[in-house]
Design a binder for this molecule. Structure first.
Ligand code: PMP
Length: 420
């Protein structure tokens, strides 16, 4: 539908062949299609809308307070004065920027303190922090693997892992989402011809809000001499009774996984990425990973904010329990209202699959009018049939917020169906 509606308008919008014109770039064409489709349906673009406040469970958009489901502030720490105070102190002491790569004079004591706390929290020997979560996956995977290797990854793995895999030049094989048996078959098929194999999964999938069977993936990685790497961007502070992630939730010794990856942009209310694992591996990254050696160190204020957020997470596990209760309640409310929530486990991410990009944008627009902010995820980010609204929950949402949002969604959906 999107493509049909937009075809003519896009054809008009694209400039004629000109080798120095950028308008033929494929991503631009996709974006043009979406924009034209939204225009023809008189729908406002749902992207890049500025928030005028600390976006967490609540926010302010265009001067209006909204219940917000579009930020990753899982434990409500983005609005916590202790986190902000830690950042202020670090700015006063060290300035805004690290002003150099950590390898050559960008190192500050707060970097090491953060890494020690991350390693301890994950039960690992060591940790290394990078300037962004995306950059972490790109540089770690891109640097670790090479053209004679194989990377086996879940079909729903995050873009940053795919970009790292592409950079490495390794052979890439996707297995169907969470299907460890298919992963094992692919491993058995490819293992002999490959020098090294990396099995790549997430601990809590960002599109569907579901989790893999970690013990199975550990077993097949062991059986075929592959490294197992788990991206825990959406698990820290979310899974496990003290927010240590999928290993804690599933009763598994974290040392069974070779590489844990996480971000500081979600539960830790800052910005940056990290990996934890054996000291030899972390040391090797510290001295050779291009995204570490040739990139500025994480800003001291962000490292300090993340460290403070981690300290609060450890001291106040009731936040993790509150998020879990919110997730379970919201999932139940949406299921009772008859919405397709896919495979979501109701932890912190609950999709409402609309099976249509236009439907998702319309619902998101109607919810915005009702004071509920939720982002649509539409083609080409997902296949048209998988278009959805994606709700990110926070420990700072009240049960009332969740009931209001579910009621507004049911109302908007009914109105949309009546209008055909
Ligand atoms: N991994 C996953 C699974 C993600 O969802 C994201 C971003 N949401 C990243 C890595 C990148 O993290 P960041 O946004 O902190 O750069």
């Amino acid at each position: 539908l999107v493509q049909r509606l937009a075809k003519r308008r896009v054809a008009e919008a694209l400039a004629p062949d000109d080798p120095r014109d950028f308008s033929s770039l494929p991503g631009l064409r996709d974006f043009g299609l979406i924009q034209a489709a939204l225009d023809s349906l008189d729908l406002p673009s749902p992207f890049n809308i500025p928030h005028d406040a600390r976006a967490g469970a609540h926010s302010v958009i265009a001067g209006r307070e909204v219940i917000n489901f579009s930020s990753y502030d899982y434990l409500g720490l983005n609005a916590d004065p202790r986190v902000a105070a830690a950042a202020h102190v670090a700015i006063d002491r060290y300035g805004v920027s690290a002003s150099a790569s950590r390898t050559v004079s960008g190192e500050r004591p707060v970097h090491g303190a953060l890494e020690a706390a991350l390693a301890e929290h994950h039960g690992a020997e060591a940790a290394l922090a990078f300037v962004s979560g995306h950059a972490t996956n790109v540089t770690v995977i891109g640097h670790l693997m090479g053209p004679r290797d194989v990377i086996l990854h879940d079909a729903s793995i995050h873009n940053s892992c795919l970009e790292g895999a592409k950079l490495s030049g390794a052979r890439r094989i996707a297995f169907p989402h969470n299907d460890w048996q298919a992963a094992e078959r692919a491993l058995a098929d490819t293992r002999r011809g490959a020098e090294r194999v990396l099995l790549l999964i997430e601990g809590h999938y960002s599109m569907d809000g579901d989790v893999p069977d970690l013990a199975r993936f550990i077993a097949i990685a062991r059986a075929h001499d592959a490294w197992l790497m788990v991206d825990e961007a959406h698990s820290l502070g979310v899974l496990g009774s003290t927010g240590r992630g999928i290993a804690e939730a599933q009763g598994i010794d974290p040392r069974e996984v070779d590489i844990w990856m996480g971000t500081m942009s979600k539960t830790l209310a800052a910005c940056g990425g990290y990996v934890t694992g054996r000291a030899t591996f972390i040391d090797w990254l510290r001295h050779t990973a291009p995204g570490f050696v040739y990139s500025v160190g994480i800003a001291p204020a962000l490292a300090a904010a993340a460290l403070e957020a981690l300290t609060i997470l450890k001291a106040e596990p009731e936040r993790v329990a509150k998020l879990a209760a919110n997730g379970a309640l919201f999932l139940r409310l949406l299921r009772e209202a008859g919405f397709d929530t896919g495979g979501s486990g109701g932890h912190a991410i609950v999709p409402v699959i609309t099976h249509s990009s236009v439907g998702a944008v319309r619902l998101s627009g109607a919810l915005a009018e009702a004071g509920v902010n939720v982002q649509p995820i539409i083609f080409p980010a997902v296949p048209e049939q998988s278009a959805r609204l994606r709700f990110f929950l926070s420990a700072a949402h009240t049960p009332e917020d969740l009931r209001t949002a579910a009621a507004c969604l049911a109302h908007a959906d009914a109105a949309q169906r009546r209008a055909g």
